[in-house]
Design a binder for this molecule. Structure first.
Ligand code: SAH
Length: 338
């Protein structure tokens, strides 16, 4: 039952001989109130509650561990699913901003050489209920209201498109989490047909594309997926999104020492972004197994300054990942139990 949309609940309730209004009650109990047991559905009659209890699952995840960073206010939560898979969710609080980074898959099918999740391979997609339950859990355990959701945890959201969009719709719904669509960001390696679908369906959510290199040779070296959908395709579709939606696409760029952090790379990147109203998020690499390194701070600053000085319609940010001491930074999630 967890993960059903309003429409799905409505047809299901009607099939069971319940009124359509029942669907509204169930939707609100699950998503607005985030209840974990059917007993709490006080305005639902006892016999239907009993039916639900015997036939449905209301809670899809179990918390296994919680780690708190000593250097900032981020918390990493390890969950197990009902089939004993492990996923991770990060809560990051920065003054009034509370961003939750959620997972969309157990593992990931892409093998971007620098990402820890990729090393796990893909176990399976998360269903909508499991995606939504991550946010319900954080909302319940952290006092500060959630202001932003990013699909930047484990997995490639565009490989689990339908469940990701259904979950985003529940986050956005006034009867659900009531989050503005502009506060929900879906990040992708650049699965071109899915981005095109996202644009043609006029999805209201924000799009982030992990560019990570300024030329195809370098990008293919670190992201195999570039052979299929190279940089020009991603720049093209990013432009289309920004122009069509008047909502700026975000390009992410993981900065790897000696790979994509030279002055020349910075100039090439500025050229690529010229004329696109967008946001560039530079992510200094969070080290994982030792194959890649984070550039020195001086190099990180030099790279971002060049881009800043050459900026045209784009804005530049450096994302100093949070929670590195608890392996909660971008690309460090692997559902490890220790
Ligand atoms: N699969 C999606 C979302 C998950 S990763 C995507 O690739 O966009 C979210 C961001 O973290 C991506 O931009 C990715 O390139 C970046 N990333 C992955 N591993 C990283 C690492 N070890 N350090 C810093 N950023 C990393």
């Amino acid at each position: 039952m967890k993960g059903m949309s309003y429409d799905e609940l409505q047809s299901w309730c009607l099939e069971l001989g319940q009124s359509g209004y029942r669907a509204q009650q169930l939707f609100e109990w699950m998503y607005r109130h985030g209840i974990s047991s059917f007993e709490n559905m006080s305005n639902v009659n006892k016999s239907f509650r009993e039916y639900l209890e015997n036939n449905c699952i209301i809670q899809t995840l179990e918390m296994k561990n919680k780690s708190f960073s000593n250097i900032d206010t981020s918390t990493k939560i390890l969950f197990s699913t009902t089939d004993d898979q492990f996923i991770e969710t990060i809560s990051m609080i920065d003054k009034n901003r509370h961003t939750v980074c959620i997972s969309s898959q157990v593992g990931c099918a892409l093998d971007c050489g620098f990402c820890e999740t990729g090393r796990m391979g893909l176990k399976r997609n998360l269903n909508t209920g499991e995606i939504v339950d991550q946010l319900i859990f954080v909302r319940h355990h952290e006092k500060q209201p959630i202001t932003n959701v990013v699909f930047m945890g484990m997995g490639e959201p565009m490989h689990n498109y339908d469940n990701v969009i259904s979950a985003a719709d529940i986050f956005h719904s006034p009867r659900g989490f009531n989050l503005a669509a502009t506060r929900i960001t879906i990040s992708t390696v650049g699965i071109l047909p899915k981005i095109q679908q996202f644009i043609s369906e006029k999805q209201p959510y924000k799009l982030a594309i992990s560019l990570n290199a300024a030329d195809d040779i370098t990008r293919t070296q670190i992201m195999q997926v570039n052979k299929k959908w190279p940089i020009a395709d991603l720049i093209g579709v990013g432009k289309e999104y920004s122009n069509l939606k008047k909502r700026h696409v975000m390009f992410e760029y993981v900065l790897l020492k000696g790979i994509n952090d030279s002055k020349d790379d910075a100039h090439k990147l500025a050229n690529l972004l010229r004329g696109i109203p967008c946001k560039l998020n530079i992510i200094p690499y969070n080290e994982t197994d030792g194959s890649y390194q984070r550039p020195d701070e001086k190099i990180i600053r030099r790279f971002s300054e060049i881009l800043h000085n050459l900026r045209d319609e784009y804005r530049v940010f450096v994302r100093w990942s949070k929670g590195q001491d608890i392996n909660a930074g971008c690309g460090q999630l692997a559902g490890k139990q220790a």
